[in-house]
Design a protein around this ligand. Structure first.
Ligand SMILES: [Ca+2]
Length: 149
């Protein structure tokens, strides 16, 4: 493991532990059809750790087909009114959006018109909003979490 990877991992674990010690932190979840949904909202780092700890992936939509599957899941479970974290982020080099940490660059995008806009230059993570479209967002904002295999 490269040193930079190790530091990134330690950073994520630290953030996750910070959240886990917070009595306000909601770790409850429910499992349907092999997909785990968080009951509460958490920041991107906690969301990433939450799914990794389950041996799963934070919501990753690598193609328009994946996106269509997610739309059906969202409609089936009536998730439309909530915001969900995607695994997509540009934490590595502040430029290229990737899936997860050190993952592949995005080869597909479902951005809201005008996004990503990196408002106040703090938007390094990506969430799915209404209509399942994407917006870059501050990683410390709290949103709901979907984990899958
Ligand atoms: Ca944005």
């Amino acid at each position: 493991m490269q040193l930079a990877n190790l530091f990134l991992l330690i950073f994520v674990i630290q953030i996750y532990n910070l959240e886990a010690d917070d009595p306000e932190y909601e770790t409850s979840s429910f499992n349907r059809d092999g997909i785990v949904f968080s009951v509460g909202e958490m920041n991107w780092f906690a969301a990433y750790g939450f799914c990794t700890q389950l041996g799963m992936k934070l919501l990753t939509l690598q193609s328009s087909v994946d996106n269509e599957v997610f739309k059906k899941i969202a409609e089936h479970y009536k998730l439309q009114e909530k915001y969900y974290w995607l695994a997509a982020n540009r934490l590595e080099d502040d430029v290229t959006f990737r899936w997860g940490l050190r993952g592949p660059p995005l080869s597909f995008g479902n951005w809201i018109s005008g996004q990503p806009d990196n408002t106040e230059e703090v938007e390094r993570c990506v969430r799915a909003e209404e209509n399942h479209e994407w917006d870059d967002e501050d990683c410390f904002t709290k949103h709901f979490v979907i984990c899958h295999y």
